[in-house]
Design a protein around this ligand. Structure first.
Ligand SMILES: CC(C)(COP(=O)(O)OP(=O)(O)OC[C@H]1O[C@@H](n2cnc3c(N)ncnc32)[C@H](O)[C@@H]1OP(=O)(O)O)[C@@H](O)C(=O)NCCC(=O)NCCS
Length: 152
């Protein structure tokens, strides 16, 4: 699998990004200022993610999505490990805001609980957001320090 940074025509990956974030308006708020990465298997794009510089030396993982037909096969974990390695060349830490069903995915890769943003999903989305049938209200954020992963 190949990790690629996309500089142009980022909108081409919108359908994939919409698997992790339900509103185009929300994605557009970070897609163009953020760094878009994709994970390719030959000609096919298996996954996409956006790293957003936070201004304090860290970055926020704003979106990570694996093609539905390829989920649950370890691709997301492999992709995030490669992103962590890539981000460690530039950033000091990586933050991610989660909905509760995906917390385990991040914890298994070394992310630790950082803080909660109350009412995030109410304040930032035009429509209620549901995950596994439960309405998302607060956002719980997890963080990983990057320097120890640096390959430089
Ligand atoms: C979340 C996502 C990126 C994980 O990628 P993936 O390739 O499916 O994950 P992996 O196969 O590498 O699984 C890694 C571990 O995370 C767990 N996991 C992955 N997705 C999960 C989910 N939605 N709920 C609960 N656990 C999940 C797996 O069970 C696995 O645990 P295990 O190793 O103990 O079996 C992918 O499922 C996805 O694109 N989901 C839709 C978009 C999304 O929710 N993105 C995250 C936004 S916060």
């Amino acid at each position: 699998m190949e990790l690629l940074k996309i500089e142009n025509n980022k909108k081409e990956y919108m359908n994939l990004l919409l698997l992790a974030d339900p509103a185009v308006e929300a994605i557009e708020r970070y897609l163009y200022d953020g760094e878009l990465y994709i994970f390719k298997d030959g000609a096919d794009t298996a996954a996409a993610a956006v790293l957003y510089p936070m201004g304090d030396g860290g970055c926020e993982l704003k979106n990570i999505a694996v093609l539905e037909s390829l989920q649950g096969k370890g691709i997301g974990s492999e992709f995030l490990k490669r992103l962590i390695n890539e981000a460690s060349k530039t950033f000091t830490h990586m933050l991610v805001g989660t909905t509760s069903p995906t917390e385990g995915f991040y914890k298994s890769l070394g992310f630790e609980y950082s803080h909660t943003i109350p009412n995030f999903f109410i304040d930032n989305y035009p429509e209620p957001v549901y995950e596994d049938g439960i309405q998302c209200v607060d956002m719980r954020c997890f963080e990983i320090m990057l320097r120890k992963f640096s390959s430089i």
